[in-house]
Ligand binder design. Structure first.
Ligand SMILES: Nc1ncnc2c1ncn2[C@@H]1O[C@H](COP(=O)(O)OP(=O)(O)OP(=O)(O)O)[C@@H](O)[C@H]1O
Ligand SMILES: [Mg+2]
Length: 319
């Protein structure tokens, strides 16, 4: 039995155990209070349904080192966690603590391989792609929650990249779908990647939108310009960890083009949904010598409660 099959079996066994267990509740002191009158009105009230962010002008241009200061660097994205919850992209408050613990467990080996802190640093290990065999397995949910969890770390700055260019869920959800982004950088050499990165009000978290759609997205993602861009993202800022949301592997060519460039891949597997063969096929697409971590994601659509299992991030041979 291959390492992958062993990891999947281990996670399935763990998931079976976890689904029988009661969902942990936070202590009473941490449960949501009744809303005091002084509490500021949530941004969600002013946003379109399903949108969780609002662009504001800070009036201050960020310094970009030697990069030219460009038009949108004085903007900031306000992230509304309540709206994220309402959009189903963050757990409800009473389950946040339990999920946060699971993300702590998941992020540790990824950070070690990205930075060399507490483990061996991988080549381009700062570039971490969320992948899955099929649609709807939880890549976007995992990307957002992992990015938020990593942003809590000292000495790390997290860039959340929407590379799901056919279906830019993150860009749409954060209300930055019409902003320039990754595809514009790849299309136009004059657009620097730093100039289209949007800082957020979450400390240490910024977002790179997908950008204006393209019929040749796969070719752009496989281009020399993409190589320059990923090299820049992996080297320009030693504190930076890049979390990349992507389209499903078995249905799109874009995700395979993306996988070529990254140092770490997290394969999200939805419990009770993804056939084992689909997981094996996805891993075969990713090829040998890739560092692949497996997350068994039991979303609320499968069984009640939230559960993550994690197979050790490891270099797996082709099945
Ligand atoms: N751990 C989880 N707990 C609760 N809900 C989850 C979890 N993971 C995913 N979901 C829910 O499952 C649905 C699909 O998740 P998500 O959009 O992240 O999948 P995806 O892999 O990005 O899909 P696509 O391939 O279409 O982009 C969403 O409604 C999300 O809210
Ligand atoms: Mg998605």
């Amino acid at each position: 039995m291959s390492l992958v099959e062993l990891a999947i079996k281990k996670m399935q066994a763990a998931a079976r155990g976890a689904s029988d267990a009661p969902v942990p509740q936070p202590p009473a002191a941490d449960r949501p209070r009744t809303v005091p009158l002084a509490e500021p009105a949530p941004v969600v009230a002013r946003l379109a349904p399903g949108v969780v962010g609002e662009m504001v002008s800070t009036g201050v241009h960020r310094a970009l080192g030697s990069q030219p200061v460009e038009h949108r660097t004085d903007k900031m994205l306000l992230v509304d966690r309540r709206a994220l919850r309402a959009a189903g992209l963050m757990p409800p408050e009473n389950q946040e603590r339990a999920l946060a613990d699971q993300y702590r467990h998941i992020k540790r080996p990824l950070i070690a391989a990205a930075t060399g802190r507490g483990g061996q640093r991988l080549d381009r290990g700062q570039l971490i792609m969320m992948a899955s065999a099929m649609p709807g397995e939880g890549k976007t949910f995992t990307s957002i929650n992992l990015a938020l969890s990593m942003a809590l770390e000292k000495d790390i700055s997290v860039l959340l990249v929407d590379a799901d260019v056919p279906k830019p869920h993150i860009s749409r959800t954060f209300g930055v779908e019409s902003e320039l982004g990754l595809l514009d950088v790849l299309r136009d050499r004059k657009t620097t990647v730093e100039s289209v990165i949007i800082p957020t009000d979450v400390p240490n978290l910024s977002i790179l939108p997908a950008g204006v759609r393209s019929d040749t997205a796969t070719e752009l993602l496989a281009s020399h310009r993409m190589e320059e861009t990923v090299n820049h993202l992996a080297t320009a800022n030693p504190r930076r960890v890049v979390v990349i949301d992507s389209p499903p592997l078995l249905l799109t060519s874009e995700s395979r083009a993306l996988a070529h460039w990254v140092g770490q891949i997290v394969l999200v597997i939805r419990a009770g949904f993804t056939p084992q063969q689909a997981v094996m096929d996805a891993i075969a697409f990713l090829g040998e010598n890739k560092s692949i971590g497996l997350i068994l994601n039991q979303s609320n659509t499968a069984t009640p409660g939230y559960y993550y299992g994690y197979g050790d991030a490891t270099t797996v041979p082709s099945p």
